[in-house]
Design a protein around this ligand. Structure first.
Ligand SMILES: [Zn+2]
Length: 160
């Protein structure tokens, strides 16, 4: 495995849409392993293809590893099929260091994606995982968290 350099804003590749993946070969598995290693080393909870200069529709995430519950997730050609509710979370981005933003997004999503073998998968995500999936999927269309309104902190939300 190898650590990949993480691109930082204003690298133009962070603003470009990515191409669908249609080749599920050993090179894709190597890329996913390298992306996970790079994400853990950063350290982060999510990393999308364009952040390492790979203009393909892939991201990796692990929302539990920092709390000792590792759950690596490799997501290829993701498609949000359904979204409901809304939640405000503070999001950071490895490509935009030290610039957290408070963003409102749907609280629950139904996601379709492919795994490393090209198999079609589908599942529901909620809580921080839903936020993370939407943040990473945005990257594949050149959309960044700083594109959303940065909401002010309110007293009611401080306890969550
Ligand atoms: Zn990001």
């Amino acid at each position: 495995m190898a650590l990949l350099p993480i691109l930082l804003l204003p690298d133009a590749r962070l603003r470009q849409p990515c191409a669908a993946i249609d080749s599920f070969d050993p090179a894709l598995k190597r890329l996913a392993d390298d992306m996970l290693e790079t994400m853990y080393a950063a350290p982060g909870r999510g990393l999308a293809g364009p952040q390492v200069g790979v203009m393909q529709r892939i991201f990796v995430m692990d929302t539990g590893w920092k709390e000792g519950r590792p759950s690596p997730f490799i997501c290829i050609n993701p498609e949000i099929k359904d979204a409901s509710g809304c939640a405000v979370n503070t999001e950071g981005c490895l490509s935009i260091p030290n610039r957290p933003v408070r963003i409102e997004r749907p609280a629950v999503i139904r996601l379709a994606w492919q795994d490393l073998a090209g198999r079609a998968c589908e599942g529901f995500f909620e809580g921080f995982a839903a936020t993370c999936v939407q943040h990473e999927r945005d990257h594949l269309d050149g959309i960044l968290c700083i594109d959303y309104p940065d909401l002010p902190e309110t007293d009611a939300e401080e306890s969550t």
